[in-house]
Write a protein that binds this ligand. Structure first.
Ligand code: GLU
Length: 298
């Protein structure tokens, strides 16, 4: 199996130094292993994605000196694939429609008998308001669909004691027991009308269809990895090796956001910095600063 990894940005804003770091980590790992580095465009949310941001992703990564294998996969081209996979989970009774708004979920999760609401990888853990006693039947509705996590765990072909979720920035390994996955992650949304599929479903299918052997991404996704491994189990897909790198932060310790133009790759480029300077700024060396500052004068 050829070492294959990927960088999968969403074209919803400028790439910043956090993205540069993530792309460099994946690219350099593929290079060191004599493997393949892929670029994938996560453009499922067409209301937020723009062709001009996509063009800037290509330009910024090429300027950084990265090369990727063609063709570039775009999630917006893959809706039938996602729909088919959702259909198979629906047929197996593992999905249910959910009509709750965010406010409903907040209210239900904050009810006195529930204790403090728990937060999982997708926000407040869904309290199960719409979860049916028996799996729904009939055609799959065009409504938000949630994975019934307890049923999903029971449907895995081999019972699991722990789900190993790869390594974190300090080499620590992640593991979560099925019981904890149910309570701390819960029934995640896998389909939204208008978007087709959720990030969790699409990323799992994309990685499998692209024969990705190593997923190298930020620590913010450590908890989501367990969801992805459950989905791989349900679909009978191979589980890649997961590595989660540290996050690049600003002077206040906050991780960089898409709207953070001051730390956009293009801002440093316009200020005269070179790709080597960017590598130096984000390099995981012992003397690397804990945070990155905008270029002087911006
Ligand atoms: N588009 C996702 C993000 O930017 C990709 C995450 C992943 O690498 O799985 O967060």
């Amino acid at each position: 199996m050829i070492f294959t990894t990927r960088f999968a940005p969403s074209p919803t804003g400028p790439l910043h130094l956090g993205h540069a770091f993530s792309a460099l980590c994946a690219h350099d790992a593929a290079d060191a292993a004599g493997g393949v580095f892929l670029l994938r465009i996560d453009d499922l949310d067409q209301s937020r994605c723009r062709p001009e941001w996509e063009a800037r992703i290509f330009a910024d990564l090429a300027w950084l000196g990265l090369a990727w294998a063609e063709p570039v996969m775009r999630q917006s081209d893959r809706l039938p694939r996602y729909r088919g996979a959702l259909g198979s989970l629906w047929e197996r009774g593992l999905l249910y429609p959910c009509r709750c708004s965010r406010a409903d979920i907040r209210a239900a999760a904050s009810a006195p008998q529930e204790g403090a609401p728990l937060h999982g990888p997708d926000g407040i853990v869904y309290p199960g308001t719409c979860r049916p006693a028996r799996p729904p039947t009939g055609p799959m509705p065009d409504l938000p669909l949630r994975l019934d996590m307890a049923r999903a765990m029971a449907a895995l072909s081999a019972p699991v004691e722990f789900i190993e979720t790869g390594t974190g920035p300090r080499g620590e390994t992640g593991r979560i027991a099925p019981h904890d996955l149910f309570f701390s992650v819960g029934d995640v949304t896998l389909a939204r009308p208008g978007l087709g599929a959720s990030y969790h479903l699409s990323v799992v299918l994309d990685d499998a269809d692209q024969n990705v052997t190593h997923v190298i991404r930020g620590h913010d996704l450590f908890d989501a990895t367990a969801i992805h491994i459950v989905l791989q189990g349900l679909f009978g897909l191979p589980v890649p090796v997961y590595r989660h790198h540290r996050l690049i932060r600003d002077e206040n310790g906050r991780r960089l956001a898409k709207r953070d133009d001051a730390r956009a790759i293009s801002t440093y480029r316009a200020a005269g910095l070179s790709p080597i300077d960017i590598r130096r700024m984000v390099a995981p060396t012992p003397d690397a600063p804990e945070h990155v500052s905008p270029p002087r004068g911006s």
